[in-house]
Every structure is written in C-alpha cells, then in structure tokens.
Design a protein. Structure first.
Length: 170
C-alpha cells in the first residue's frame, strides 16, 4: 500500500509540476540584477510560454498609477539584439479590459521602435494592456528590455519614460 501511495505522489508531482514550470516561464519572475529599478519594472505575460523561434502573444501591461497623464501615443523601444517580428495588423490596446480603436500602428525595424496610436487619448489613471499578437520570438533566447514611452496630447512633443518590461525568451 505504501509503495502505491508513494508512486501516486511522485507521479502527481511530475504531472502537475511540468505545467507549472511552463506557465512560470511566461510570467515575469523576481529579477535580482537587472539594472532597472523595481519601481520602473512593468508587468507582462507571454501567452504561449516565450519559446525561441515560436509564435507568441505579448501582453504588456501598464498599471493605472503609471498613467499620470492622458496618452495619445505608446512607443515601445527594444534592443538591437532582439530579432523577433511583430504583426502590426494584430496589435490592440485594452483600457480597463476593453479594446480601444487604433488610428495607426508603425513598426520601424531599423530604429527598433513600435509606435501605437489610439484614435482617442487614453485617460490618465487607466489600467492599460498592449496586446501584441502573432509575435515571432527570436531564434536565440535571452533577456530583452522593452522600454515604454508615451506622448501626451497637447504636450511638448517629447516622449516620457513610463517603465521597462524585462522579457525572457528561452
């Protein structure tokens, strides 16, 4: 009887442990030495696990407390060693869980910049999620710093830093 219970316990750990490991890789973990202050680290989720050379959906979140002013443009700047691709036709902005119409999405591959323009400015104090679907992850893994900058309507046309998503692809 003890052998049976031991075998069931070990099997249960193996079967339930593997999905938990896969799921954990798709969420930001605890970052010890990133060079980015904890207040500037933004939350995110990779829906399909962040596997190299695989298709994924990035859910890049901006907490409401980071949205100090209304936003007319979101800009994501990523490093030159990130060799993934984005589908500009399958990008959306969700504000408080609701999809917001976009006027334009631009991807400057040479400058490593993704620009997202909502039709109407996103109100200050809103919880925002930038959903990038049909992303092709780079063929080599690593840690990639995606910096978020915003432009407020009627503001001096200078981008303001909001924070950084520290994305790991393995």
């Amino acid at each position: 009887m003890r052998r049976l219970l031991t075998a069931l316990a070990v099997t249960g750990c193996v079967l339930t442990g593997l999905p938990a490991i896969t799921l954990a890789q798709s969420l930001p973990g605890f970052t010890l030495f990133s060079g980015v202050k904890p207040d500037n680290q933004l939350p995110f989720r990779l829906d399909f696990g962040g596997q190299t050379d695989g298709w994924d959906r990035y859910r890049l979140r901006i907490p409401a407390q980071k949205m100090k002013l209304a936003v007319a443009q979101f800009v994501i700047v990523y490093p030159n060693y990130y060799k993934g691709t984005f589908d500009t036709k399958d990008i959306e902005v969700q504000v408080r869980g609701k999809k917001v119409p976009l006027s334009e999405v631009k991807w400057d591959k040479e400058g490593r910049v993704l620009e997202i323009f909502p039709e109407e400015p996103v109100p200050a104090g809103s919880r925002v999620e930038l959903v990038l679907s049909n992303v092709r992850n780079p063929s080599s893994g690593g840690t990639f710093y995606f910096n978020c900058q915003v432009l407020s309507p009627g503001d001096v046309p200078l981008l303001r830093y909001v924070g950084t998503w520290i994305v790991s692809i393995s």
